[in-house]
Design a protein around this ligand. Sequence first.
Ligand SMILES: CC(C)(COP(=O)(O)OP(=O)(O)OC[C@H]1O[C@@H](n2cnc3c(N)ncnc32)[C@H](O)[C@@H]1OP(=O)(O)O)[C@@H](O)C(=O)NCCC(=O)NCCS
Length: 170
Amino acid sequence: MKNSKKCSESHTVMTNIVLPNETNSLNNMFGGELLARMDRAAAIAASRHSQSTVVTASVNHVSFKYPIPEGGVVVVEAQVSRAFSTSMEIYCDVWLDNPITKEKIHTNEGIYTFVAVDKNNKPVSVPESEPETEQEIERYNAALRRKELSLILSGRMKPADSVELRKLFV
Ligand SMILES: CC(C)(COP(=O)(O)OP(=O)(O)OC[C@H]1O[C@@H](n2cnc3c(N)ncnc32)[C@H](O)[C@@H]1OP(=O)(O)O)[C@@H](O)C(=O)NCCC(=O)NCCS
């Protein structure tokens, strides 16, 4: 039987300041810089869960709700929301943290798929994931839908083979 781990065991937090060379012409953080930080945090979370080397298979969704100014303290939190067979969905939440006032603003989020691989880049199986909190359960329950959508959009799955989305496409 496959072993199992709590989603929270993969929890990863990366905290960093926005430097001038990481901003756009409006002096806000450059989107590509933030994506790179999110990808790194998500990779660490996936590796913690799988205890394997992992590769990014897909960026399923990213939204930018609130600009992050130069000098801002950015906190990227990543955690496995659901493990499948060899792949894992990782949810990234990004916060602008004011260490002086303690105010925290949720600036954006991203959803990634990572695959655990061996030395030959061949996918290997990962432990099951156990959600505990209300938010973890909500994200876990919606993850299959997102996986199927990502597979359909990347041409890896026929809409007719989808369990959750076939009504949308067929
Ligand atoms: C990701 C990779 C290892 C998958 O290899 P593969 O031989 O296609 O393996 P599979 O078809 O068995 O897919 C492996 C898992 O990934 C999932 N997967 C693959 N592409 C996916 C996508 N676009 N969206 C969601 N899941 C995806 C599959 O559903 C499968 O999940 P499961 O085993 O949990 O059910 C391979 O495509 C690869 O190496 N890609 C490049 C990765 C990389 O270099 N990333 C960094 C980019 S800079």
